[in-house]
Design a protein around this ligand. Structure first.
Ligand SMILES: [Zn+2]
Length: 439
């Protein structure tokens, strides 16, 4: 926009609307480097004053001077006084109605509201009354402006700058610790702390402990009135002074299956934490102490929230190793056992949804890889199987065959009934992706 056009529009803006310096300057936000909107607005008003109150002109433009004075421009007020013209009452700004002059107050409210939270970075959000946004829209339309900065953007930016100065925190659009939500209409600030994410691995040391709180009917297989989620999250909620926490695990084991070895990867999402920098070694110690041998966690680290969806997708493909104790319907020979190992070296298993979960999951066929089965005979009809397979394989069904719904199965190859006496997960491949999301 040429400067002549800018002045022409500024002139109309001052005559038709009483605008404070900031609101006038904001209309021309694309002009001038390193000027605040208030400085830009003041400069435009000064130019209009020079044009209106010019000793070389025959007539002084008192209408413009009056409009400038009404918009709070002090030099115009002085000029009118000198000319002996009574000035009209100073009106509050047509657009912001004085809001822009109260940004210090709002910034202080933000700092105060944030005081009970631990944070380094923040973002400012702003609820602006609808009527104000409508006035802004109308103003742009009437003056034919298409690329002005919005008042919302100025308010959040200016409050952000002030908080940085007042509290020594850093404004961050990307992944801030907290969001300070300023409600201009209710004149109130709400703090929204962003969740903290902690990665780790858990071992489930007993059978009969559910992963998440048990919501089904009373079940005789549930042996403990708690859950892995509760045992891990409860101490964390307390330590972080948070509202709640959620466990996201890379898959889940059946109720009667233990997870041993290096454990199962998980991420805990701590919601509304007041404390963000937790001593993870202390967390590990406290969780393990309070879980009293039911669960153990280790290898805790802060991660990015983007790990959560990756972790879930990952559970479907990650390699796992299980150890199963199985009882056979007949005695088998050494030959049978070697045949079993051979049959499942890199085998593709076709698995229809197990009959035991059919009510809850849709019936479909999955193809999963069994990488290896190692067999040890404990007694003539009692075997220990070490099964390494792709994530998502229903291992019990792979063993007993689920009436032919899983093929081939251990039962099919041995040509006898096979009963699973106990099952443990002993190894879960660690997702490499976690490393790139460590904070
Ligand atoms: Zn204003």
């Amino acid at each position: 926009m040429r400067i002549e056009d800018t002045i022409k529009i500024a002139k109309r803006a001052v005559l038709e609307y009483k605008l404070c310096d900031s609101c006038l300057g904001r209309l021309f936000g694309m002009l001038g480097y390193n000027l605040s909107n208030a400085e830009r607005g003041w400069t435009l008003k000064a130019l209009l004053l020079m044009e209106a109150y010019n000793n070389l002109r025959v007539e002084t433009d008192t209408i413009m001077l009056t409009a400038l004075a009404a918009s709070g421009f002090k030099p115009a007020e002085a000029a009118l006084k000198k000319l002996g013209v009574a000035k009209t009452e100073e009106a509050s700004c047509y657009l912001c109605e004085g809001l822009v002059s109260r940004l210090n107050e709002l910034s202080m409210m933000c700092v105060k509201a944030g005081e009970e939270y631990e944070y380094e970075t923040f973002q400012v959000g702003c609820n602006i009354p609808k009527s104000l946004l409508e006035r802004e829209e109308k103003l742009w339309l009437n003056l034919g402006l298409t690329s002005s900065e919005s008042i919302k953007s100025e308010i959040t930016r200016e409050i952000g700058k002030r908080i940085e100065g007042l509290a020594g925190k850093k404004y961050s659009l990307k992944d801030p610790d907290i969001i300070l939500l300023v409600d201009v209409e209710k004149w109130r600030v709400t703090v929204i702390p962003r969740p903290v994410y902690i990665y780790g691995r858990y071992r489930k040391l007993v059978r009969g402990l559910p992963q998440s709180p048990w919501l089904y009917q009373p079940d005789s297989r549930v042996l403990y009135p708690t859950s892995i989620e509760e045992l891990i999250t409860k101490p964390l909620v307390r330590i972080a002074d948070a509202k709640e926490a959620k466990l996201h695990a890379a898959g889940r084991e059946d109720l009667d299956v233990r997870t041993l070895g290096s454990g199962r990867p998980f991420v805990v999402e701590i919601r509304n934490p007041k404390i963000r920098r937790i001593n993870l070694e202390e967390v590990r110690r406290v969780v393990n102490e309070e879980a009293k041998g039911l669960v153990e966690i280790e290898d805790l680290k802060y991660v990015d929230r983007r790990v959560v969806p990756k972790l879930k997708a990952y559970a479907e493909i990650a390699r796992k190793t299980y150890v199963a104790r199985v009882k056979l319907g007949r005695e088998v020979s050494e030959n049978d056992l070697r045949g079993l190992e051979k049959a499942f070296r890199g085998a593709i298993i076709q698995q229809r949804t197990p009959s035991r979960v059919l009510g809850r999951r849709i019936d479909k066929v999955r193809r999963k890889v069994v990488h290896e089965v190692k067999v040890k005979a404990l007694e003539p009809r009692l075997l220990e199987l070490e099964i390494t397979c792709q994530g998502g394989l229903y291992v019990k069904e792979f063993i007993h065959g689920d009436n032919g719904r899983t093929r081939p199965s251990v039962a099919e190859i041995l040509d006898t009934s096979v009963e699973v006496e106990s099952l443990d997960v002993v190894w879960i491949e660690e997702p490499a992706i976690v490393r790139s999301f460590i904070r």
